[in-house]
Write a protein that binds this ligand. Structure first.
Ligand SMILES: C[S@@+](CC[C@H](N)C(=O)[O-])C[C@H]1O[C@@H](n2cnc3c(N)ncnc32)[C@H](O)[C@@H]1O
Length: 301
């Protein structure tokens, strides 16, 4: 059977910060294809894992890859931000470590049907959870121009976003915005794209912004981290891997608030004053790891 090319990032660093050799329960909030989970289960026979993901297809693939360890892993299709509602399935008081590896996997990115990649022709979908109604196409076809411009500015950190939004509005009227390639071509026109070495394609940022909006990726991330840290027992390790500055900023600030003694006892101790990042060897072996940043904290007594 085909094995998909998703390589988990910062594996050694993740396992070290999680102290994943301790026996007990680990929560993988974004189990994806189970890359990190597999390493924990393989190396630590005393580890049990609960894995969550929004994406049904990824969970099926994770179940297949983790089949040898099925007695020690449970998988659920769920949004990790609903952690408190999931307490029926997740005994938070037993946790040893929690991993949150944000964003999407290569399995999702490389499937044209999912519409995540501007390099692959496909529908403008971009949903992690396909039960959800809002797709990228719906956003592009229905949002007012001003809101589109705002999203591209805020989540894509792009310039000329009003012009981009205007062009989208005129293309959609003509029914010319149906596929990832339609959007990519439109972006290339607006930004007068000429391929250059070491220059990021502007569609990368446009697609990032849309993906964040479709999946509401930044919404509630900080609240979730605070709830999780407070509900976890002492010595639980929380590890978060993020892939762009907007996410990393939210994580950094949430950890700062939790570690501060401004409002009483600090809840956590920060283990990474500076985020851990991939080595040059890892980046050479897996270019998608290049922007990864790992931050970790430990729940205090
Ligand atoms: C970078 S991948 C994780 C890869 C995984 N660590 C591995 O090694 O295979 C991120 C995963 O998180 C999932 N995801 C993103 N936001 C989520 C959320 N709020 N709740 C649950 N899963 C989420 C995505 O569907 C994706 O499968």
């Amino acid at each position: 059977m085909k094995d998909y090319g998703h390589q988990p990032v910062l594996v050694e660093e993740t396992l070290a910060y999680l102290q994943a050799s301790r026996p007990g329960l680990y929560l993988d909030c974004t189990v994806g294809l189970g890359g990190h989970a597999l390493e924990i289960l393989k190396r630590n026979p005393g580890a049990k894992i609960i894995g969550l993901d929004l994406d049904e297809l990824s969970l099926k693939e994770a179940a297949r890859r983790l089949a040898d360890y099925s007695s020690r892993i449970q998988l659920f299709q769920a949004d990790f931000r609903n952690i408190l509602e999931l307490s029926e399935f997740i005994p938070l008081a037993e946790l040893k470590g929690v991993l949150i590896d944000l964003g999407i996997s290569s399995f999702q990115l490389d499937n044209p049907e999912r519409g995540f990649s501007f390099n692959l022709e496909g529908p403008l979908d971009m949903r992690m959870d396909t039960r959800q109604k809002t797709t990228a196409e719906k956003i592009l076809l229905t949002y007012p121009e001003s809101r589109l411009a705002e999203i591209f500015k805020k989540y894509g950190e792009l310039r000329h976003t009003r012009l981009l939004a205007k062009k989208i509005a005129s293309s959609r009227k003509l029914g010319l915005l149906k596929t990832t390639t339609d959007l990519k071509k439109l972006v290339e026109e607006v930004y007068r794209w000429v391929p250059q070495k070491n220059r990021l394609h502007p569609a990368a940022r446009v697609f990032q912004a849309l993906r964040i909006e479709v999946n509401q990726e930044l919404k509630g991330l900080d609240v979730f981290l605070e709830q999780l840290a407070k509900e976890s027992p002492p010595e639980t390790r929380l590890v978060v891997i993020s892939f762009h500055s907007l996410e990393d900023r939210l994580v950094k600030r949430a950890f700062q608030r939790l570690s501060s003694s401004d409002e009483g006892q600090p809840v956590v101790k920060i283990l990474t004053r500076k985020p851990a990042t991939p080595t040059l060897e890892e980046i050479a072996a897996n270019s998608r790891s290049h922007s990864a940043k790992l931050r970790a904290v430990e729940r205090l007594l």
